[in-house]
Each structure stands twice: as structure tokens, then as C-alpha cells.
Design a protein around this ligand. Structure first.
Ligand SMILES: *Cc1c(COP(=O)(O)O)cnc(C)c1O
Length: 396
């Protein structure tokens, strides 16, 4: 894995490479007695020196804890550089990053296009709150963009993308999505949680908004809920206004954990990637596995797109069992090292299984039950031994 080569790993505006940005951006030791890390500023009130300063607070760097503090600035600044974006806002969860990005992009009477394999709660937001606000959602097949192009011709104003798709990992042709949206002058956004800006930098490729569930690899330790949205020049003002009006700033201690996690994200991600590739290869060779759903393997739909746009991966993938839901549950119940739980990106291995029937409305899922694994940082031999035990239990 050659660290900084390939698509999406260009130099930042400051000329620093990603690994250097991760370790140095967002801190200035000598402005705080030489301490390596910045202090956490917990704040609501900011005092003004005069009535005049109070009146002109819009021009002050700091005026209220909700809008800006040195802590907010530290992560915002670092993440903006890493994304190659015009600006970044922080929110209390990855889901809030999704919803604020969408609310910044569409208005009553407009329509947004969302992939059929989108993260489940994103679908729920579209079908719930967004619908109530008079904003329509059309779900599209991420692997056949004809319906997306048709909807754009008919006036859809925004396109949401996710790569690879949640749970089933199909990888869409991102350039085709961007080209179709550009031709219709529609706003584009992508949930980039799986890749992080270390693998793919959406803004540089033409997306208007890049969404990150920082809860996952940025935090990295299963102890943080945090999200961010970065914007291109075109959407920067709109995003900042929406974020400010909604009042959904992230908390200072969460932001600090985000900054702290960011410092080691590259080495963690590379280790997750390496171990997941090895475990996935082993999983793909099991007799009970019908199909390996890891974009780096040819069995995964859109593998060629993954090669073209990402070329690298993380610790999260899935596989389809040759059996039924009861078999998937038996598999999960036989695991001892892998925990059963949602979220991912932490140091520990996780497994999950959920029915896909209600999560696919464009193209019903006709495959076997899908088990999702997050490969943590345990010894790989122990990880494989645990999975081996669970596969053996299926044969009993
Ligand atoms: C987990 C996840 C989210 C939501 O993040 P939370 O911090 O858990 O709200 C959004 N998108 C994707 C792809 C995710 O996996």
C-alpha cells in the first residue's frame, strides 16, 4: 500500500500530504504554552469588550458557543484541508450529517434522488421528515442509472450517492452520476463514510457535499458519535446557513475525540484494510458462502467501479450465505470474538445481520441472507478461528 499515490490522494491546498495533515492540522502548540494538543473549550457565552463589539458581533471570530470556538475551528480547519473543501460543519452524529446535507440542498416542492442501497436511516429520513416537508424522494438503482437520468431530465434537483452501498456493497459509477447531475445542474452529495477522504475526496471529484459519519473511522474506538459535512465553494454558504439555523453543533468533548482519533486514522484504516482483505478472501472460499460482497473482489457488483474510483478499502464488508435467515442467526450466535452490534470503524470486530426486504424498494433483494463484518484490530488468526468456529457450527 503506497501511502499517498493514486486517485484522491493529491496534495492539499497547503501543500501537505494527508498523513501530515492528519497529524499536524488543527493544532498550534506554541499558541498554547507548547502543549501538543489544543485545550477543549466548553462554551456558551462569549463576553464582548464593549457594546460596540457586541453590536458588530457578526464580524467577531467568536460570538457564541454554538457557532464557533477554538475547538470547533480546530477540527473544522483540519477536516476542510483533508477534504480539499471550501468549508466544513460539525454535527452530533453521522445521521445528522446526512440530514443537514439534504436539508441544505432541497426545498419544498423539489425532488431528491437517493440510491436503493442507501444507509437505512437515510431512507427513513427521506420517507418521513422530508416527505412531511413536501420534498419528494425517488429511489434509484445504483447499478443501472437510467432511472436517475430520467428523473434528472424531469427536474430532480439533488442527487445523493453512497459508495459502496450500505449492507450489500454494490459500487456505482460515480462519474456517470456526477455527469448526469451536472447536465441537470443538480446538487450532488455523497455519504463517504466507508472511504474517508484518505481513499476518496469527493469535492475534488466534483461533488458539492461530502458527508462523513465520524463516529466510524475518525473516532475509531466505539466511544464517539460525531459527523461532518464538507462543501464545495458552490454550496458553502448554503450549508453554513442551514447548519447555523438548525442549531446542530457538535459538543466540545466529542469534537476533541474526533481530533484525537484523526491523528491515528491513517494507520488504523490501513491495518483494518489489510486484515479485512485477508479475512474476506478466506470467507469467500467457504462452502456455505454464496457470494463475497467486498468491493475489492470481482464477485462484488461494481468491482470495476471500485477499482476506478477508490482502489483501496476499509474493514467493512459482507457476504451472502447459501441458506436462510435462521442460518445467519445461527452463524452470529456461534461467534465468540466478534461482537454482535451496529456501527463500525472501532478497534473491535463486529458482525451483524438484518433482513433486507424493507430496505430495497427499487429492486427487491433476491439473494441469500447478508452477514456484515467489521474486521477489527485483533490478531487475524484469532479472527479467522472465530469465523471458522461459526461456519463449522452451521454444518452441525
Ligand atoms: C453509521 C453510518 C451513518 C450514521 O452515523 P451515526 O454517527 O451512527 O449516526 C451514516 N452513513 C453510513 C454509511 C453509516 O455507516
Amino acid at each position: 500500500m503506497n501511502s499517498d499515490e493514486g486517485p484522491g490522494r493529491n496534495l492539499s491546498a497547503s501543500g501537505r500530504r494527508p498523513a501530515t495533515l492528519l497529524t499536524h492540522a488543527g493544532r498550534d502548540p506554541h499558541s498554547f504554552h507548547g502543549f501538543v494538543n489544543p485545550p477543549v473549550v466548553r462554551a456558551s457565552t462569549v463576553l464582548f469588550a464593549s457594546a460596540d463589539e457586541m453590536k458588530n458581533r457578526r464580524t467577531s471570530r467568536y460570538s457564541y458557543g454554538l457557532t464557533n470556538t477554538p475547538t470547533i475551528e480546530a477540527l473544522n480547519g483540519a477536516w476542510t484541508e483533508l477534504e480539499g473543501a471550501a468549508t466544513t460543519v460539525l454535527v452530533p452524529s453521522g445521521l445528522a450529517a446526512v440530514t443537514v446535507a439534504i436539508l441544505a440542498s432541497v426545498s419544498a416542492g423539489e425532488e431528491i434522488l437517493v440510491p436503493d442501497n442507501v444507509y437505512g436511516p437515510t431512507r427513513a429520513f427521506c420517507n418521513g421528515t422530508l416527505k412531511r416537508l413536501g420534498i419528494g424522494t425517488t429511489f434509484y438503482d445504483p447499478m443501472d442509472l437510467a432511472s436517475l437520468k430520467e428523473a434528472l431530465k424531469n427536474g430532480a434537483r439533488a442527487v445523493f450517492a453512497e459508495a459502496p452501498g450500505s449492507l450489500t456493497f454494490e459500487f456505482p459509477d460515480l462519474q456517470e452520476i456526477l455527469d448526469a447531475a451536472a447536465a441537470a445542474d443538480a446538487v450532488t452529495m455523497i455519504d463517504n463514510t466507508w472511504a474517508t477522504p484518505l481513499i476518496y475526496r469527493p469535492i475534488e471529484h466534483g461533488f458539492d457535499l461530502s458527508i462523513q459519519a465520524s463516529t466510524k473511522y475518525v473516532g475509531g474506538h466505539a466511544d464517539l458519535m460525531l459527523g461532518s459535512i464538507s462543501a464545495s465553494e458552490k454550496m458553502a454558504t448554503r450549508l453554513m446557513r442551514t447548519h447555523r439555523e438548525l442549531g446542530v453543533q457538535a459538543g466540545p468533548d466529542e469534537i476533541y475525540l474526533g481530533l484525537r482519533g484523526m491523528r491515528t486514522m491513517k494507520v488504523r484504516l490501513e491495518q483494518h484494510e489489510r486484515q479485512a482483505l485477508e479475512v474476506a478472501k478466506w470467507v469467500g472460499e467457504r462452502a456455505q458462502v454464496k457470494r463475497l460482497l467486498h468491493p475489492a473482489f470481482p464477485s462484488c457488483p461494481g468491482h470495476e467501479n471500485w477499482r476506478r474510483f477508490f482502489g483501496r478499502s476499509c474493514g467493512l464488508f459482507a457476504f451472502e450465505l447459501d441458506g436462510d435467515g435462521a442460518m445467519a442467526e445461527r452463524f452470529l450466535d456461534s461467534l465468540k470474538l466478534f461482537g454482535l452490534g451496529f456501527s463500525w470503524g472501532g478497534f473491535e470486530s463486529l458482525a451483524s445481520y438484518g433482513e433486507l426486504t424493507e430496505q430495497r424498494t427499487v429492486k427487491p433483494w433476491t439473494g441469500g441472507p447478508v452477514v456484515r463484518l467489521h474486521i477489527g484490530l485483533e490478531d487475524i488468526a484469532d479472527q479467522i478461528a472465530d469465523l471458522e468456529g461459526a461456519f463449522a457450527a452451521l454444518a452441525e
